[in-house]
Design a binder for this molecule. Sequence first.
Ligand code: PLP
Length: 383
Amino acid sequence: MSDRFIYLDHAATTALDPRVLDAMIPYFTIEYGNASSIYTLGRHAMQAIDRSREDVAELLHCRPTEVAFVGCGSESDNLAIKGMAFASQKKGKHLITSSIEHHAVLHTCQYLERFGFKTTYLPVDEYGCVNPDDVARSITEQTVLVSVMYANNEVGTIEPIAEIGHICRAKKVPFHVDAVQAGGALPLDVAALNVDLLSLSAHKFYGPKGMGILYVRQGMRILPQLQGGSQERGRRAGTENVAGIVGTATALRLAQEELPQVTLRITVLRNRLIEGILTIPRSRLTGHPTHRLPNNASFCFEGVEGESILLNLDLLGVAASTGSACTSGSVDPSHVLIALGLPPQWSHGSLRLTLGKENTEQDVDAVITMLPGIIEKLRSLAL
Ligand code: PLP
């Protein structure tokens, strides 16, 4: 067992940054007003929301009126896709997405298929890249939305968003981007990315859980998915989570301000991790070799099961993740690993290590030291 707990699952969630907590606390205890109330306490809450919205707008290079605060990344994806689909169904009922999206996108498209929508699921290459030409070829007169993720949550591949956005803009088809994994890792200039809708989740960048952002470009009409009050300019009913909103804006500012230094440091750690782990026999990197999230190191090991690797790492004090999950007694690789075309003897043994700003070289070296023994042990047990 290593001396300390080593957390290498930052794509799953992150700890709240203490500076974010400090910013949030007054809005739980002192400034607890309802932002819809017209007396001073309520106005303070509304002012805090307005300031947060302005902060987020500055970071996304958009207008404050284009920023909606919602309940999580999944809700942001749902609101973008259902909201746009239901608002545009008179024009057509065709959606385009990729086959490696998060379930918040894929299951939303499948849900819309019950209402007569048809979805084109674009293939990806062996690295998980969507080909922009496939997007161009798939757009028809009926297409009301294209949704492609900024970076994949399992294998870390960064998609050619600006290029896809350019194609959608030329064909006048709204473009949604699930940027949940990119919030703390990549630049988020919505104008440079040519996106119309963009989803973020605060708990992925050291913000609070249960908070999301949806950027909606001016002129895009989406149907709200929650009925009630007129909060968030009628896009999302419900009393605002003021502390959560303040925390989200604070976390996004810190993440984007610290991005250059954190990226430099984390990329070095990630490359060290990849180099060390690929010395294990019959191992391979999944996702794009260079065009990947700076914190993502994901692998497959032939002839082992991902969940067994995780349990063994856990015993040694390391938290990681796998895309190969045990369902009803057999190991099923995720839809992402299947879309990458990995053969089953490889895709069953996937491991995702995602670094965060508190990880050190010692953490990386500890994992590089312990993993070969774990893989060897599991392979010998499988014989
Ligand atoms: N989209 C992607 C790419 C994700 O990785 C996740 C969460 O892991 C989500 C959406 C959902 O975000 P949330 O957990 O805030 O609902």
